[in-house]
Design a protein around this ligand. Structure first.
Ligand code: TYD
Ligand code: MG
Length: 468
């Protein structure tokens, strides 16, 4: 019998929802419980992965050799602080946490056609003087990329491009050219010669991305990976990518709107939930440095069912309009639909409204929408949501130029939220006349600039303040 090769590739299965590995196929992921999410993944033999792995170094140190990486006191490790490079696009820098870090791998996800390629081409060109870039395109031809660049009036001098999808060849070129930045557009087109699976499959995308990550860490090259988002909201199956990279940014926008929001979903070098706002025009993406105004619905006439709130996603306050529609339901089980906020939270708030505000909507359909395609995740939206619901139910608009924010507790208390002062200032700057906020967030003087601030402690008080 012929001796078996010691280095034999093995098949494993990876869950596209949570990234867990399994040794055999099964219908449900044992880790996260997702159904039908496992796909085949070929694991390379350990020898091919190089000798530098953890296991290898551990073995050699056990054998008494001293070439293994030494244990080091953390304070002695050399590192450079603030080694951030501005992308030349302020809103992009904000979402990255103040610029791009050397050797960072950033995944930029979004629907097809949202403007990922445009944004990254603009960034690569702007960064070229300080960080020579290599734009790798697997979806468009070089002529298309250059054509877009010149149509946008971008100076294309310092930027190199490569139409290639094989990751080994990309890295070969990168090793020769030594760029400071690589853009891989898109990660779904990449494939590696090591695997026989088809390009675009989970194992190819994962392994190709892993190679780029390894290259980035070894050489200090920064990498942007572009990824398309599937209908389920993952980056074409492999949520696994999110574990591998340093930052995950999502580029979002409502269809038909020219505004785009870049959101940090994960960031090892900055705050999550940071928002950058752009407008898509005929000259590409333009920054919107003061985005508050665009998330208000335009009509300044007060309408029933609308309440303006000040959210603070990331590091700046943002005025956002919350709309509600409350309508008699033909169903025995009336609908509760929340767009831009969590559905369970809406159900909870309606229960508090009934119990502690004395207002029942048990026989009504309730729809809540956060205008502008924004998703509000913080609890400061509680009070504005209830005020919008109340206003729709009574078919009476809130007093003109009123804003609100505040968390609503289960016993009907209005709880303070962080950064109240910031939020109030933002509202006053935009000319709002009245604010209904948690008592602990209200200044003692009862005013911020020209704006009157009403501090409330109980839901009933807030409802009263909103309707008088
Ligand atoms: P693109 O960057 O190709 O999107 P993605 O890479 O995310 O798929 O952007 C494509 C869309 O943007 C396309 O529908 C046209 C629009 N667009 C403009 O409106 N103005 C412009 O200057 C550019 C370059 C694109
Ligand atoms: Mg593209």
């Amino acid at each position: 019998m012929a001796a078996k090769s010691p280095a034999k590739s093995r098949t494993a299965y990876v869950c596209s929802e949570c990234g867990a590995d399994h040794t055999k196929w099964q219908g449900q992921c044992a880790e996260c419980g997702a159904w039908n999410s496992l796909s085949e993944f070929v694991v390379e033999p350990a020898a091919a992965a190089g000798k530098g792995g953890v296991a290898a170094s551990r073995r050699s140190s056990w054998a008494g050799k001293s070439d293994a990486p030494a244990v080091t006191a953390l304070k002695d490790v050399r590192h450079s602080e603030d080694a951030r490079i501005g992308t030349g696009i302020g809103e992009f820098d904000r979402v990255l946490g103040g610029g791009l870090v050397h050797g960072a791998v950033v995944l930029v996800g979004g629907d097809p056609g949202i403007g990922k390629s445009t944004l990254l081409l603009q960034a690569v060109v702007k960064m070229a003087p300080s960080l020579p870039g290599l734009y790798v395109t697997g979806e468009e031809s070089l002529a298309q990329v250059a054509g877009r660049g010149s149509r946008l009036g971008l100076p294309l001098d310092g930027v190199h491009a490569l139409a290639e999808t094989c990751v080994e060849r990309i890295l070969e070129h990168a090793a020769a050219m030594r760029p400071g930045l690589i853009v891989a557009d898109s990660v779904q087109t990449l494939w590696t010669q090591e695997l026989s699976a088809a390009p675009g499959s989970v194992s190819q995308v994962r392994e190709s991305a892993a190679r780029l990550v390894r290259f980035a860490k070894e050489t200090g090259t920064s990498v942007f990976l572009v990824g398309h988002v599937t209908k389920e909201g993952g980056i074409a199956g492999p949520r696994v990518l999110e574990h591998m990279v340093d930052a995950v940014l999502y580029f979002e926008g409502e269809s038909g709107s020219r505004f785009r929001v870049l959101r940090a979903f994960k960031n090892r070098f900055g705050a999550v939930n940071e928002l950058g706002v752009f407008a898509m025009g005929d000259k590409g993406l333009r920054e919107v440095p003061n985005p508050s105004a665009i998330f208000l619905s335009g009509s300044r006439e007060p309408q029933p069912g609308s309440c303006v709130m000040v959210t603070r996603e990331g590091t700046r306050p943002l005025l956002v309009e919350v709309q509600a529609l409350v309508d008699a339901s033909p169903l025995s089980n009336p609908r509760r639909v929340a767009v831009g906020m969590e559905g369970n939270r809406l159900a909870m708030l309606l229960a508090v409204l009934h119990r502690h505000g004395g207002i029942g909507v048990g026989d009504q359909d309730v729809f809540v929408n956060v205008v502008g395609g924004i998703r509000v995740q913080e609890t400061a939206a509680d009070l504005p949501v209830l005020l919008a619901v109340l206003s729709s139910l009574r078919d009476r608009p809130l007093a003109e130029q009123t804003i609100a924010f505040g968390e609503v507790g289960l016993s009907g208390e209005i709880r303070p939220v962080p950064n109240g002062e910031d939020r109030l200032k933002e509202a006053a700057t935009h000319g709002f006349k009245r604010a209904i906020v948690p008592k602990a967030n209200a200044p003692k003087s009862g005013r911020v600039g020209e704006m009157q601030v009403v501090g409330v402690e109980r839901l009933a008080q807030a409802l009263e303040a909103a309707t008088d």
